[in-house]
Write a protein that binds this ligand. Sequence first.
Ligand SMILES: Nc1ncnc2c1ncn2[C@@H]1O[C@H](COP(=O)(O)OP(=O)(O)O)[C@@H](O)[C@H]1O
Ligand SMILES: [Mg+2]
Length: 318
Amino acid sequence: MIEVERLTKSYGPLTAIRDVSFSVAPGEIVGFLGPNGAGKSTTMRILACFMPASSGTVRIAGYDVFRESLKVRKRIGYLPENVPLYVDLRVAPYLDFVAEVKGVGRAERRRRVAEAMERCLITDVQHRLIGRLSKGYRQRVGLAQAIIGDPEVLILDEPTLGLDPKQITEIRSLIKSLAGRHTVILSTHILPEVSMVCSGVVIINQGSIVAQGPIDTLVDQFFPTARLEVEIAGPPAAVHDGMRAIPGVVAVEGLGVTDGVGRFVVESARGRDVRGEIFALAAQQRWSLLELKRVGTTLEEVFIRIVAGEQAADEARP
Ligand SMILES: Nc1ncnc2c1ncn2[C@@H]1O[C@H](COP(=O)(O)OP(=O)(O)O)[C@@H](O)[C@H]1O
Ligand SMILES: [Mg+2]
């Protein structure tokens, strides 16, 4: 549905994005992830036909954003980073205006506006001035203008930026509810958001794509081992060595001993469950096994590994 190929954009001497390529399948919600200044908004502005690229191509629903921008514009909804809403307009007339600009006929507009307001839970504020609304409500109005006309593709740039935790939760579930009906690309620098809302991610750092794919695949790729947290009351060195000797265990890290209870992180090859062996070992040695639990790898750790790894590589360069 979205095909980005070798996209480069320079602002004067600064190359904001370089050779960016990725694709988003129909119906997918993809998180576009990267630290501030990575090039997320630049990429999204190009996707939304807001400005041209320096080189490279973007196709949305098969249409080139540069050469066939009118066809693209009809098929996308865009929530820019700083939502430029008309603060002096009331909610419903504003949305009606947006629908008109998008070419929705008069007869159809009323229904479309009502539906967008309903989906974004803003029907109750439809007669209020946009400028008087809270940031959370304004963001929902921004989403409503993006979904008006039922576009195939939604491009949402930091949709939860500047919201309080309650509003963030509301906007997230709203975005989730948009899935299926639309293909969504949403940028964020908040990692848990991606895990909660998205099926796949595209990670950008310093203008270049550094990883992309389904979250699980990325986790496996960057963390080829599974981890267990273990607490055993027993002689720490013997416990350590005993677990290290279990086939499939690749590392054992001691986290400290409190009141004779040692805490360890045991890493094993993915797909190799060593919990049974650890239990058997403890039983055989008459150590008390007090805790044995799997530790999930979060997208956050993947992100840190990728972005920190890049920085370390940069610093190592002469
Ligand atoms: N209009 C602009 N003119 C000049 N430089 C810009 C402009 N917009 C963004 N940049 C620069 O391009 C880089 C990428 O910015 P941006 O795409 O906004 O990143 P992100 O959205 O990931 O924070 C940054 O270094 C930023 O300072
Ligand atoms: Mg941005």
